[in-house]
Design a protein around this ligand. Structure first.
Ligand SMILES: C[S@@+](CC[C@H](N)C(=O)[O-])C[C@H]1O[C@@H](n2cnc3c(N)ncnc32)[C@H](O)[C@@H]1O
Length: 210
């Protein structure tokens, strides 16, 4: 639903290339595939990868990879849309940084970058053994995440990380139940949500041409 809201206008343009990190069963990518996009998804779970391949009827490039440990080879062709929805918090900070560096390489100028992350306001904050700055090895069972790492980023921290690694970005929309907070100069503050924050940005200066 989130993706329908964000991308329905973009999807009506010429089909492009989309890459989703943590694609699960391909639910988000199916929308792009339905509009004829070239889709690539990455996930650590073999079950999710099998489901995604099935759901996308073999028309997608679905790669099994543990992003906490490595990045798969993704070639030189840049993408029009990069998606990082609800997966970055499972990665150690260093692995998330590596992923952002790769995003800079892979995102077309004028391409779209979407991330949904977990803020310290999330109820899972502190529900486990501390494991580095703003990170916990979760010990709550409600969501099936027992034993998983959860790294929390403040909205400002996340924004600075993204801009620091991807270069100049122009927010095109901010999701959530709170209202959009206006930009101040070249900075944008994301709304603080209890369950996370989504940020959709348009890349203005990347290494690749259209
Ligand atoms: C909360 S789901 C989000 C799924 C999808 N992106 C969405 O927005 O609906 C998180 C997904 O990230 C995957 N994931 C978790 N840790 C990962 C890792 N280290 N490397 C790759 N994928 C991972 C999980 O298997 C799961 O499919």
């Amino acid at each position: 639903m989130l993706f329908r809201m964000f991308f329905k206008e973009q999807l009506q343009r010429t089909p492009g290339r989309v890459l989703e990190f943590g694609c699960a069963s391909g639910n988000n990518l199916m929308l792009f595939a339905a509009f004829g996009w070239d889709v690539t998804g990455i996930d650590v779970s073999s079950a999710a990868v099998a489901d995604a391949r099935h759901n996308l009827e073999g028309a997608a490039n679905i790669i099994q990879c543990n992003l906490a440990e490595e990045l798969p080879p993704l070639g030189e062709r840049p993408y029009d849309v990069l998606l990082i929805p609800s997966v970055n918090y499972y990665l150690p900070r260093s692995a998330f940084t590596r992923l952002l560096v790769e995003c800079r390489r892979l995102l077309k100028a004028g391409g779209l970058f979407y991330i949904r992350s977990r803020l310290p306001e999330d109820w899972r904050w502190g529900r486990g053994e501390p494991e580095g700055s703003g990170a916990f090895r979760l010990q709550c069972r409600e969501t099936g995440e027992y034993g998983l790492l959860s790294v929390f980023y403040t909205a400002d921290e996340l924004w600075q990380l993204i801009v620091g690694h991807l270069g100049e970005l122009r927010p095109v929309s901010v999701s959530g139940r709170a209202s959009i907070i206006p930009r101040t100069g070249s900075w944008c503050t994301m709304p603080i949500l209890s369950s996370g924050a989504g940020l959709l940005c348009e890349a203005r200066s990347c290494e690749h041409g259209i």
